[in-house]
Design a protein around this ligand. Sequence first.
Ligand code: ADP
Length: 589
Amino acid sequence: MKKTAAFFLALALTGAMGLSVVSADTGTYTGVGQGIDGDVVVQVEADENTIYSIEILEQNETPGIGSVACEILPGQIVDANSILVDDIAGATVTSSAIKTAVREALAEGNIDPAAFEVAQESTEAEEKTSVALDCDVVIVGAGGAGLTAAVRATQEGAKVLVLEKMPMVGGNSLKASGGMNCAGTKFQEEQGITDSGVEEFIEDTMNGGHQLNDPELVRVMAENSASAVEWLESIGAPLPKVAATGGTTHKYLHSPEDGSPVGSYLVEKLSAEAEKQGIEIMLGTKATEILMEDGRAVGVRAEDAENDYTISADAVILATGGFGSNFELMCSFNPSLANAVTTNHPGATGDGILMAEAVGAATVDMDQIQLHPTVYQETSTLVSEKMRSLGAILVNQDGRRFCNDLSTRDAVSAAELEQEGGYAYIIFDQNLVDQNASAQGYIDKGMTSQGETYEELAENMGLEGEAVQNFAETMDTWNQAVASGVDEEFGRNNGMDDDLSTAPFYAIKIAPGIHHTMGGIKINPDTEVLSTEGDVIPGLFAAGETTGGVHGGNRIGGNAVCDFVVFGRIAGQSAAEYAAEAESADEAA
Ligand code: ADP
């Protein structure tokens, strides 16, 4: 809103200079646009030539994504005096809701919105300014891994600079809705969970990944997971709730006390800690190249709308996430994905992998691309695996279950694709909604069918004929399985604490969607990037979804967050130590 304040200051100044600014027929009008989660209501002050101010009166957009558009876009429209400014990348639904609301408000004031449909010139400066910057550790990407690494490296005394190409922090991490798998934690101990230790966690991760995983990296992740949770608590982000998740037989999934989605929770806490530590995060700044000198990484080249940056650093951390939004790259490994929907944010284009390859880095498992089985196709919204951990089941068009609903993501996705139409429904009840904020969110977003009885729900789902009765029978059979603790049909053995008997009942139509790219940059347990010859590339580190090897052929739910916290911490520490050594070597020389 700074820009708006500056604008009003300018108005006051021009007014003082005797220029007419706000015309006599200026008025204040309201308008409404349909956002991602309900109405976006704006108040616009305008006359027929000028939009003087836009205030958001009401919005319930996704924190950290749509909420960012609500903060930024009104000021941009006012500054440009045009509605045709670029949408905020990653928040297109909210951006268009704001624009619709502004148009409606103008129309309410009998002002023709067409007067403000003025095409904008590109914001890219024709000639960019060259800017040289210097730091100990430059981190590319401000998702979970980058923010964690930034906080950790700063704790080690490094001067850190973080580059983020999107207008907001968080990347795919912001969308993580389940939790963080960890083993041997005090929270497990407090809850009497004694059968879910490091060795079981390793076994489940390796089995889930079809033994394709790098066993050394998996061990590092599992062994450091408990200390990672403690570290999160130390920066004000405890994850005390523990449950089971898809593909595991044990209770590892740690999540926030209040049931809020783990991703937005952690991104917010990590950002707050980064701010507290005075870490500079350059938003809208894209790294384009790793700078090398004598075989060592010594910084990056980057750009924003006005500047070209040359950033010198003793160490570089790539934390750029995966490539689940880069269809060209994905299809070069798996052409059948061309028409799939993706749950990934638009910045997940594999930049770090491509930049690392350009300086000789090796990659692993690039063809291992995960489909998540519960994606609401209309808006590519992921329905969290936690829903099934808390007791939800999957049924097909016949109203019947068709697999162990909590098997690994690849197995459940494959089973769904075998059903007629290649889709299914996830079924839950009011008791589950009361335990999980995400579930209420799905209802608020209009994704659900609903019914006071199983039959009513089946009809509202569009099931017909025998399928309605089948569905009621399926639900009775399932509730009995929960009561006895034995799923005779499909052998499910977790997420069975509560049955699905509390009305109203809900269903969301879902199908598989692209979710996680398991492959990426090859690293060693210290997060050092390895070359195609198998040597360490000095000064170059990588963590999070941009790396490969941790998840093998299939990532189990809850392991992305564990990956980014554990390896983000290691990268922050390793890079800070490397930078300190490089600096003392320079001083000695
Ligand atoms: P992870 O879980 O590994 O942290 P995320 O997807 O959460 O992965 O975060 C990766 C972040 O990196 C995203 O916010 C993304 O926009 C950012 N990013 C990707 N490529 C670049 C780039 N070239 N320059 C700067 N930031 C980038």
